[in-house]
Design a binder for this molecule. Structure first.
Ligand code: ATP
Ligand code: MG
Length: 652
């Protein structure tokens, strides 16, 4: 960004008060903000008591060597004990932990007592494979119960896990195995994706031929799809059903230091080479548990929670595994895609299990919008009481659609901002407290300090935009980038001395609420104005013919950069219709002002996205500027880029 701070163009006036009933019974009320402000560390020390510690911590934060934080450093605990065993000891063994729904329609409900036995068996199996506390275990699995069991088994024996999305290639897997120096890989023969078995084991076999993966001594393979003829390396490969099932279902968890590494997770790679983010035990679990309790108002006796993310993404770590299970929740785990075998599959699952809290991403909401309102309307969604969003800025139009068509126009929508690096949620409305604004994450959670600053690091006044920063350490913060302390310092702590630079643009509105405006790297500079990609995209999506949009700034001799928009039209709209481009340009000019009017608009069938559903604007920028494409390894489907490039006329 240049010295000019980020322009504030979008005006969104709609407001939604919390439902009175929810507010009256809410787990967390407005008082929490005051308490946390008066004594931030005392507040977090209190939240740490949500957990069962083998040794209670007496210290809260050690910030003597910033930015290397230690939280609750003299405490000891076991994460798996906190997520499983203690609920069984508290008489909740018969409560369902996971309702697993396979894509082909197979389903299985697992109680906390069963989960305890499965996790114990898996922990014993890893020990038999020689895994010791501190050894890294790579997990490359579909969304099946064994993924959750494997993570908890690793946590139980103190072996940090490193999940790799099941959709990643052998290359991406090899890089991550190498970087984390994993000793064991847990995988499956395959998983179900869009009605077909999709193989996983061959990618592991291939990855393990690459240099740097030699230290992997065992590959533990779950049989999921039963494919014939998978390659087998004797002495290295072992079937889950042979090794795990013959283990004892008793295992005594050992307590680890609060700062013992819990997992490494690579960022989704939207902006460049993925970073191995390191999270540790006590602070991470404290904030995962607290935020899940506060932001979703979880009532574990009655709620049915469903987070649709993949466990291979941080959202899956914190809000499928560690947050919900530490809170004793009942939750849904779904293996497949939202449109398999039909576009109402998610809504069918909500109806089947009586889901009360749904947590998903803007990309999925925009897809559902594109497929049509009539699809969710066919299902009984009346059990839903809270809806959440994460992963990208949510366009106000998508937010309002979500509330109206999924939430019966009554459920609060919580737009939660956070990152792999922050570990858990940081900025979000509270459903029983906050009057919500479509498109805004609004307020830092109790105990979190965030603000927006200009180029010089000065806080911007209300009504202005700039860079989002976090001004105080928080319990679930990353501790470093695995094996690269210098990159940790450079990436997050050097832009604004002593404060955490998130890499996202944001603005404060007239009330001081925070609106996320996309990546700082993506901000466009047009005739001396910094313009956010998010605002232009949201203006396009608010046009009834547009389902989704991605905009980038392409080098332009007159205006420095010119706005180039790629749009996906709603079903039934003719991309070739005369005047469509002009109509969309005029709409943006009317919404945001002439400065934000795209110079070019290109209707496309798909947008390049990461496996977690985020738009990869840097690739579109490469296309718009006729450059060779950068790193595409984290893309869901790289053929999307060929299609877009084929459509694009040479730059005028
Ligand atoms: P990389 O850091 O490798 O480029 P990534 O940033 O996509 O990958 P994640 O940690 O999964 O990897 O994503 C965090 C980012 O997602 C945030 O920095 C922000 O840009 C975006 N994001 C997440 N939630 C929201 C939200 N509610 N509103 C706006 N942006 C969000
Ligand atoms: Mg990032």
């Amino acid at each position: 960004m240049s010295n000019e701070s980020l322009a504030n163009l979008l005006k969104e006036e709609r407001r939604f008060a919390p439902p009175a009933g929810l507010a009256a019974e809410a787990n967390v009320t407005a008082e929490a903000y005051e308490r946390a402000k008066a004594d931030r560390l005392g507040f977090w020390a209190e939240q740490a008591r949500r957990l069962s510690w083998a040794t209670e911590p007496t210290e809260t934060l050690d910030w003597s060597n910033p930015p290397f934080a230690k939280w609750f450093a003299d405490g000891k605990l076991n994460v798996a004990y906190n997520c499983v065993d203690r609920h069984v000891e508290n008489g909740l063994g018969d409560r369902v932990a996971l309702h697993f729904e396979g894509e082909p329609g197979d389903s299985r409900s697992i109680t906390y007592a069963e989960l305890q036995r499965e996790v114990s068996r898996a922990a014993n199996a890893l020990l038999e494979l020689g895994v010791q506390a501190g050894d890294r275990v790579a997990i490359y699995l579909p969304m099946i119960p064994e993924a959750v069991v494997s993570m908890l088994a690793c946590a139980r024996i103190g072996a940090p896990h490193s999940l790799v999305f099941g959709g990643f290639s052998a290359d991406a897997l090899a890089t991550r195995i190498n970087d984390a120096d994993a000793r064991v890989v847990i995988t499956a023969d395959g998983g179900y994706r869009r009605g077909k078995p999709s193989a996983l084991k061959p990618a592991v076999d291939e990855a393990l031929t690459r240099p740097g993966t030699e230290n992997v001594r065992s590959v533990l393979v779950v049989r999921r799809t039963g494919q014939e003829g998978i390659d087998w390396t004797e002495g290295r490969d072992v079937w889950w059903h042979e090794l795990v099932e013959r283990q004892s279902d008793q295992h005594t968890p050992e307590a680890f230091d609060a700062e013992h590494p819990l997992f490494i997770l690579y960022t989704s790679g939207t902006t460049g080479k993925p970073k191995g983010i390191l999270h540790t035990t006590g602070g991470y679990l404290t904030q995962a548990s607290y935020t899940h309790h506060a932001v979703f108002d979880l009532k574990p006796e009655t709620d049915v929670f469903w987070c649709t993310a993949d466990v291979g993404w941080v959202t899956g770590h914190s809000y499928i595994v560690y947050g919900p299970l530490s809170n004793g929740a009942t939750e849904v785990l779904y293996e497949g895609t939202p449109d398999s075998p039909h576009q109402g599959r998610w809504w069918e699952i909500v109806q089947k299990y009586g889901v009360t809290i749904l947590y998903t991403a803007p990309t999925a909401i925009r897809a559902a919008m594109k497929w049509g309102d009539d699809i969710p309307a066919k299902f009984d969604l009346s059990s839903l009481r809270i809806l959440g969003s994460v992963g990208e800025p949510i366009n106000p139009e998508a937010w309002v659609w979500y509330r109206k068509h999924i939430g019966a126009d009554t459920t609060p929508v919580v737009d939660t901002w956070w990152q792999t690096e922050t570990g858990t949620m940081m900025i979000s409305p509270l459903p029983g407290v906050t009057e919500t604004k479509p498109g805004s994450a609004q307020v830092p959670l109790p105990g979190i300090s965030a603000t927006v600053v200009d180029d010089d690091g000065n806080e911007v006044p209300n009504g202005h935009g700039g860079y989002l920063i976090l001004t105080e350490p928080w319990p679930s913060m990353l501790r470093t980038i695995w094996g690269d302390d210098q990159r940790y310092l450079d990436t997050y702590w050097s832009r604004f001395e002593g404060r955490y630079f998130a890499g996202d643009g944001a603005k404060k509105d007239e009330d001081g609420d925070i609106w996320l405006l996309g990546r700082v790297d993506d901000v466009m500079l047009v005739s001396g104005h910094n313009i956010s990609t998010t605002e232009v995209e949201s203006a396009l999506v608010s046009h009834p013919k547009v389902a989704e949009a991605a905009v980038v700034g392409a080098t332009d001799p007159q205006t420095t950069q010119a706005i180039c928009a790629f749009v996906i039209l709603r079903s039934g709209v003719d991309a070739e219709a005369e005047g469509l481009t002009e109509e969309l340009r005029a709409h943006v000019a009317k919404q945001l002002g002439p400065i934000a009017k795209p110079k070019r608009i290109l209707p496309v069938a798909e947008l390049p996205k990461t496996r977690s559903g985020k738009i990869m604007r840097r690739l579109l920028r490469d296309v718009a500027e006729n450059r060779t494409l950068g790193d595409v390894t984290t893309l869901t489907d790289s053929s999307v880029m060929d299609l877009i490039q084929a459509k694009l006329p040479a730059t005028p």
